[in-house]
Design a protein. Structure first.
Length: 309
């Protein structure tokens, strides 16, 4: 499970070294928005070098390519995977607007893996949903390929695409308090439903103000309540918060254990429901409890494994 995904500009080698040495579940070296155009080509070499030469510990290895509508994308994908694909877990693709975008990326990965002798499906794909076009097709995007591991919400670009006034990525600008609602609730919920239906993870995007841990916590708690399994971090100080938010609390685990015990006792006596305190519990309660237990014991991964081919 990718509770914390730390994003770092691939153009800054010292920052790359610090990120790789962090406790993030996933470290993503960014070639897109965090890298200025004149530095993008050189930054590719840093990604390959980091994958080959650095000790990533328990962190999964990821990088973000530039968008499919840029002149950088195809070489971002081909050069890095050819040079260091055997050390790579995940390629994150920004601004995915249709399932054909996933098909293009997967087809190129198929060809590169075959050319360099990597096992088919070795490198997984994460798709960022960052536009109204992507949201309207998100169900088809999520089901586009068994190589797809996760959907990632991009609140900044989505706000721009939808015409939402926002002065900071992921920041609500007082909307919640003023209107007693969350204006990103609909896109975030739709992304989660599409991801879960396809058997993959939904990961929330960044919270730009890294000096505001309370704001990050509010954003993360909201995302977890909607079904997200992790959140992007743009600063190492956000990693511990993300790992805490997206892990079951002691109270949740205690509730899950009590539900399972009560349900099993009821089932052994021939009943399909039981009482736990002031709650009636049944098979749906059991599934909720097992979901919580699974989150506490799951071996962190970037998503489902591809179907055998």
């Amino acid at each position: 499970m990718s509770r914390s995904l730390l994003s770092v500009p691939a153009s800054h080698w010292r920052m790359v070294e610090k990120a790789v040495a962090s406790a993030a579940d996933v470290v993503m070296l960014d070639l897109e928005d965090a890298v200025a155009p004149p530095e993008k080509v050189a930054a590719r070499a840093n990604v390959a070098r980091a994958l080959r030469d650095l000790d990533w510990g328990a962190s999964r290895r990821a990088y973000r390519v530039n968008g499919l509508d840029t002149p950088f994308f195809y070489r971002d994908l081909i050069e890095v995977v050819e040079q260091a694909g055997e050390r790579l877990d995940l390629v994150i693709v920004p601004k995915v607007g249709r399932p054909e975008d996933v098909y293009l990326v997967v087809t190129l990965l198929d060809q590169v893996e075959a050319a360099v002798g990597l096992p088919p499906g070795r490198v997984r794909v994460g798709a960022q949903i960052e536009s109204t076009q992507g949201l309207t097709r998100v169900e088809r995007i999520a089901a586009a390929s068994p190589r797809l591991a996760s959907l990632h919400f991009g609140p900044g670009d989505f706000a721009a695409s939808a015409g939402l006034p926002m002065t900071g990525i992921g920041v609500d600008d007082g909307y919640d308090e003023q209107y007693s609602g969350h204006r990103l609730h609909y896109p975030m919920s739709r992304i989660v439903v599409a991801a879960r239906a396809a058997g993959i993870q939904a990961i929330d995007g960044p919270y730009a103000d890294f000096t505001d841990p309370d704001g990050f916590r509010r954003s993360g708690v909201r995302a977890r309540a909607l079904g997200y399994r992790g959140k992007w971090c743009i600063h190492p100080s956000q990693i511990a918060l993300a790992r805490e938010i997206f892990s079951p609390s002691a109270a949740e685990l205690a509730w899950a254990e009590a539900v399972i015990a009560a349900y099993q006792a009821a089932a052994s006596s021939g009943s399909g429901a039981a009482r736990l305190g002031n709650q009636m519990i049944d098979a749906a309660s059991l599934r909720l409890a097992r979901e919580i237990q699974a989150l506490s014991s799951i071996n962190p991964s970037v998503g489902r494994r591809p179907d055998p081919r």
